[in-house]
Design a protein around this ligand. Structure first.
Ligand code: FMN
Length: 178
């Protein structure tokens, strides 16, 4: 049985390195049906309680949830903006968190981050792992890829041997949870 994987870069950069990493990870899963989402397709007004009262929750937020519901597992790679989530991602999360309590549909999740620098988005990844473990009781796996430019190739994926070994270990744990 093939597994349906939703993958996204938590960024609205059209050349997002996190989208590339999330997509790479999803495509490493044997027999997976991969659905790569682009946050630009889910751009909504900035969340506000008054806006929600006046106009309700945007259709795009419901559409995003349908993708999650139809999946067996979710891969998100976080862009780090000033030590936290990108505004584009946070806005989608804020809107979908108003639909129902089970924001991530209790699906296994592989949370990742990468950046051009040596910390590999570890600050946002730690924030995400702590928060997502509270929101979702299913398996949460994490992985950070430092220095994306040096360690990732569009053709070969993760090129550093040691980093690839640790990535494969984390990916295996995610696959086992699917
Ligand atoms: C507004 C802004 C804030 C940023 N803040 C950080 C940061 O706190 N830490 C970091 O490692 N990189 C930071 N960066 C650099 C990002 O890691 C880099 O732009 C990366 O490409 C983002 O991932 P993306 O390509 O998936 O959007 C920032 C970039 C922007 C545009």
């Amino acid at each position: 049985m093939s597994k349906k994987i939703v993958a996204l870069g938590a960024s609205n950069n059209k050349d997002s390195i996190n989208k590339k990493l999330a997509s790479f990870a999803a495509n490493q899963i044997v027999n997976a049906e991969v659905n790569v989402l682009d946050l630009n397709d889910f751009e909504m007004p900035i969340y506000g309680i008054d806006r929600e009262r006046e106009s309700g929750i945007p259709t795009l937020a419901h559409d995003f949830k349908v993708h999650l519901k139809k999946s067996d597992g979710i891969i998100i790679s976080f862009a780090e903006h000033n030590g936290s989530y990108s505004a584009a991602f946070k806005n989608v999360m804020d809107w979908i968190s108003r639909i129902e309590k089970d924001v991530w549909e209790s699906k296994p999740m592989f949370l990742m981050a990468t950046s051009p620098g040596g910390r590999g988005g570890m600050t946002v990844l730690e924030i995400a792992v702590n928060k997502f473990k509270l929101m979702n009781k299913n398996t949460i796996i994490s992985y950070s890829l430092p220095s994306f430019g040096q360690n990732f190739s569009e053709v070969d994926g993760i090129t550093d041997k040691e980093l690839l070994i640790s990535f494969n270990e984390q990916l295996k744990s995610f696959e086992e949870a699917l």
